[in-house]
Design a protein around this ligand. Structure first.
Ligand code: ADP
Ligand code: MG
Length: 433
């Protein structure tokens, strides 16, 4: 400060105010030999360098009675460096979101998931070349996140920068950077990764702002051949409120679906989880669990850990009867919280109509269809009586309900697609509770 004031006496005031005043002296990094200044922009920097650096150097020598090297740097250079470090740090943090046990080895392959498995596996071997983006879709708990992260782990172990995020986290991150006015940092972080994995794309639905941002991220990465993997609970075509340009880009690479696992795959999954979690189960118990749990693999995991915990705490061996009791609890627990409103909302959302329409008197084909499904699921998943359901759905009496249930049961028996649809909905609703 003293040196700059000395300088003020020697030069025109206007120049002092325009240039010298804006110099920042780095007290931390300067030493006895080096005096470090930051200039706010290159204009000031060049001006001072050419006109005053010798003078400043001179004043230092007079003041310190020793030789000093005067260094003037651009302030932005420092800030850019800082931002870069910050971006690297944030990218590294994303790595910790990859679950290390989500590997290809731990993923049991069967007819239901073979196609998706093969697609993700080949992308993990040749990123950015084969299918970009790779879009995996399927119901809850069928292994979408597991597969996607298995590829992520392969890339991570090769030293690549992998960003794994859900749409929800992407959105929160976006909001945080907008708030902190560090949007460039946000954009760089996502646009300068080697692989981008985005989970649960369906949550982009009807969020225009984030769709816009995501579109540009997508284009930037795709443009330079960086691999993108996406998952959703449905095909991109079926995600309501998704911009056309995004939808068509999502379909442009490869779209692969995962179906609910068949019995053998479920058995293999249970055996594998037992091995990982060091739980010993007999063949008949494994078969029993695989038959009772329809499809959601996450539910299977919950049951295994419950069985394990109970047997440890109560010092009993896990036998079939014990397993049956635990499973009964689990299934009831899943369903205890379900209300008619929750079920109706879920059905409405899935079929893209308003919950109020389901309960209205509307007779259009799709409303009647949705209403029948809702009634069926309410009957299956709650303890409500037929008169209670009739009242809730605005029907004349319990015979109307029983007629509906009969219709749906017939459909389930005769139409395999419909049966799967109902199973998926049941899973979705019970796992959301
Ligand atoms: P999704 O993302 O489709 O909802 P997840 O990938 O989270 O499902 O899977 C739920 C759980 O089930 C995870 O712990 C996962 O490891 C396990 N899982 C699902 N499918 C398989 C499979 N084929 N083999 C082994 N584990 C599986
Ligand atoms: Mg998932």
């Amino acid at each position: 400060q003293k040196i700059l004031l000395l300088l003020k006496e020697e030069i025109p005031e206007i120049e002092y105010n325009r240039y010298i005043k804006n110099l920042i002296y780095d007290t931390k990094k300067s030493t006895n030999d080096i005096a470090l200044f930051y200039a706010p922009n290159s204009l000031v920097l060049n001006w001072i360098k050419s006109k005053y650096s010798t003078k400043i150097k001179h004043l230092f020598e007079v003041y310190n009675s020793s030789k000093v090297n005067v260094k003037i740097l651009l302030k932005n250079q420092i800030e850019n460096k800082k931002a870069e470090t910050e971006i690297k740090k944030e990218q590294k943090q994303q790595h910790s979101l990859l679950n290390p046990s989500h590997t290809f080895d731990n993923f049991m392959v069967g007819g239901s998931n073979q196609f998706a498995y093969a697609a993700v596996k080949s992308v993990s071997e040749k990123p950015g070349i084969l299918y970009n983006p790779l879009f995996i879709h399927g119901g809850v708990g069928l292994g979408k996140t597991h597969l996607m992260q298995a590829a992520g782990n392969v890339f991570k172990n090769q030293g690549k920068i992998v960003i794994y995020t859900t749409v929800e986290q992407f959105l929160n991150d976006f909001i945080r950077h907008v708030r902190n006015k560090t949007m460039e940092r946000f954009q760089e972080k996502y646009r300068k990764c080697d692989v981008l994995l985005i989970d649960d794309i369906q949550f982009l639905s009807n969020k225009e702002g984030i769709q816009e941002e995501f579109f540009h991220t997508f284009e930037a990465l795709k443009g330079v051949g960086k691999q993108i993997i996406l998952t959703a609970d449905k095909h991109p075509k079926k995600i309501a409120g998704l911009e056309k340009r995004l939808q068509s880009r999502f379909e442009h690479g490869l779209v692969a679906d995962i179906q609910p696992p068949e019995l053998e795959t479920k058995i293999a999954i249970i055996e594998n989880k037992c091995k990982i979690n060091k739980v010993v189960l007999t063949k008949d118990i494994i078969n029993y669990i695989a038959t009772v749990i329809e499809s959601n693999v996450r539910e299977i995991e919950g049951i295994l850990s419950k069985l394990h915990a109970y047997s440890q705490l109560m010092h009993v061996d896990i036998d079939l009867q014990f397993t049956k009791n635990v499973l009964k609890d689990q299934l009831q627990e899943n369903r205890a919280n379900l209300t008619l409103d929750i079920i109706t909302q879920n059905v409405a959302k899935d079929l893209n109509i308003k919950p109020s329409e389901i309960r209205s008197k509307g007779r259009s084909k799709n409303l009647v269809y949705a209403r029948r499904i809702a009634i069926y699921l309410c009957r299956e998943l709650t303890q409500n009586t037929m008169p209670q359901l009739a009242q809730y759905f605005g029907m004349k009496d319990h015979t109307a309900i029983s007629h509906t249930l009969k219709k749906i049961n017939e459909l389930i028996q005769n139409d395999e697609d419909f049966k799967i649809k109902i199973e998926e909905l049941t899973n979705k609703i019970t796992s959301s509770s």
